[in-house]
Design a binder for this molecule. Sequence first.
Ligand SMILES: C[S@@+](CC[C@H](N)C(=O)[O-])C[C@H]1O[C@@H](n2cnc3c(N)ncnc32)[C@H](O)[C@@H]1O
Length: 215
Amino acid sequence: VDLLGPGVEDYLREVLPPIEDPVLLEMEAHAQETGFPAVGRLVGNALEILARAVGASRVFELGSGFGYSAYWFSRAVGPGGEVHLTDRDPANQRLAGDFLGRAGLDGPIQFHLGDALEAFESEQGEFDVVFCDIDKADYPRAWSMARDRIRVGGLYICDNVIKAGGSVNVITMESERPGLAEAVRAHNEAVREDPDYLSMILPIREGDLVALRVR
Ligand SMILES: C[S@@+](CC[C@H](N)C(=O)[O-])C[C@H]1O[C@@H](n2cnc3c(N)ncnc32)[C@H](O)[C@@H]1O
């Protein structure tokens, strides 16, 4: 997918910071080989910058897969921080532990196996960043649960808010399962209308919503 027009994303990737960590390359190869929808380097780099920009030390991820997006958050928060990972697939938990351990980025990692929103509810306190990348039907619920649990000055970030592979397209309102495009659009509207947040959509990869809590 290239929301920005031919060649633009290629150029954005070309000018990314050169990180040649062999474990990161292995994770990217794993996503490629298995067709797993990890956020990829362009979004990963943005996640790290955004988390560092708000001085994040406590991050909660809804939908972590095998730990690719967490790789970037872990770099941002450093070994003394907390990155909560959630996924319902035990194979992803094992893979994330292995990859992040070998990358030396497992210091801040806490993996919750099971439903992401249940895990979020059971974890106390506020977060500097909540990152949402779960099933699109749950986006509205994820936002309504997360919005009160982000500190003022913290961020809500949500992936796939314009497209999700072939399964959702918020511009054409087509979706593989009925209601998915509507759910993502309703989610985007709810964030936009929230007086406590200032938000925008970065049109990188499949669209990432970034909302800053201002009050
Ligand atoms: C798009 S992938 C996450 C990719 C990850 N954020 C990354 O960039 O590396 C979505 C993952 O969330 C998991 N998932 C989706 N909905 C979930 C839910 N409600 N609870 C727990 N896991 C969920 C799926 O098993 C899948 O591994």
